[in-house]
Design a protein around this ligand. Structure first.
Ligand SMILES: [Zn+2]
Length: 322
């Protein structure tokens, strides 16, 4: 089995670009600069000492219902220019300066957050490498849409502010399906655009209608919690919005990204695949959800008593029926 070593020295920012110039870190769990040791790297101490880190396992039965206004994604034009790139850490899409997309609603309320990038953490059709997990199950990939509070000039200023809610990130977990009618058309197109971007620095420019990438139905039900960047320096400044609906693509689409490399043409090839941080402890945080569970919802201790009451009633009915 090939030993996987990803060394990241690029100044390009994978997730939210908090890595400082010249920093070295990777996703190799056996490395002294791998995820378990990120907190030992100068400038990344928060990755080890933080108590509100991401990603996490989302245990559906323990999430608490809370009413929120709907999430709302808007663009300044129907179609905008995105630079799609292999930045050595992952496939990433960056809107150009005139391509402005906002997120409001949910726990953000009236605050307006601006899209900085979207990027992918991934495995393949047999390797589950989403960052978040639902009930301890990961899926093959997770797309992150990174937004920053528009009161700041850019994402660096947002992070420098120290604001707990400086960033909002939408995470959508993806899995494979052979039924193409289940596939998300725009995401399939974007992943196909990424597939030829073999080497770090390879780019392509595409015109995308962002309203078809994050459709209203894609952001209707979500979990939300206070967390962090999932890459160094792991700043605890992210309002996470993890969509409860898993989305789909054909297995060939995600498998085609196995060709993307974190190494350049002169180095032995090492794939980007597996650019995923291990799950972090929830600690004392509460995960909220904006939807009522269809049956036996347990959102408060009181409803637990109600569930017992329902059980007794049901038992009584069964006994009476026999
Ligand atoms: Zn990410």
């Amino acid at each position: 089995m090939e030993v996987k070593i990803i060394i990241v020295t690029s100044l390009a920012i994978a997730c939210v670009q908090a890595a400082s110039p010249g920093s070295n870190w990777n996703y190799d769990e056996s490395s002294n600069i791998g995820p378990a040791n990120w907190g030992n790297i100068q400038g990344f101490e928060g990755c080890g000492t933080g108590t509100e880190q991401s990603p996490i396992n989302i245990q559906a039965s323990s999430a608490t219902y809370r009413s929120y206004p709907p999430l709302n994604v808007t663009s300044n034009s129907g179609t905008g220019t995105f630079r799609l790139e292999n930045d050595g850490i992952g496939p990433i899409g960056l809107p150009d300066a005139s391509n402005i997309n906002y997120l409001t609603g949910g726990p953000l309320g009236d605050r307006q957050y601006r899209l900085h990038n979207f990027h992918l953490h991934y495995g393949n059709s047999t390797y589950e490498a989403s960052e978040h997990a639902f009930d301890n199950m990961r899926t093959s990939s997770e797309i992150h849409f990174v937004f920053y509070n528009n009161i700041y000039a850019n994402i660096s200023a947002a992070l420098d502010s120290g604001d707990r809610d400086a960033l909002a990130v939408i995470g959508i977990l993806f899995s494979t399906s052979l039924d193409v009618s289940h596939a998300h058309p725009s995401i399939v197109s974007i992943l196909n655009f990424f597939a030829p971007l073999t080497y770090p620095g390879d780019t392509t420019t595409e015109q995308l209608d962002f309203s078809t990438v994050l459709r209203p139905e894609d952001v209707s039900t979500f979990y939300t919690y206070n967390g962090s960047l999932t890459t160094p320096s792991c700043n605890e400044q992210v309002v996470w919005l993890v969509m409860s609906q898993i989305q789909y693509y054909p297995p060939t689409v995600i498998d085609s990204l196995s060709s993307l490399l974190t190494t350049n043409r002169t180095q032995p090839p090492v794939g980007i695949i597996g650019n995923t941080r291990p799950l972090q402890p929830l600690n004392s945080r509460t995960i909220y959800q904006n939807f009522q569970n269809p049956t036996m919802a347990s959102t408060t201790s009181g409803s637990g008593l109600m569930n017992i009451s329902l059980f007794v009633m049901l038992l009584s009915f069964i006994v009476a029926s026999v």
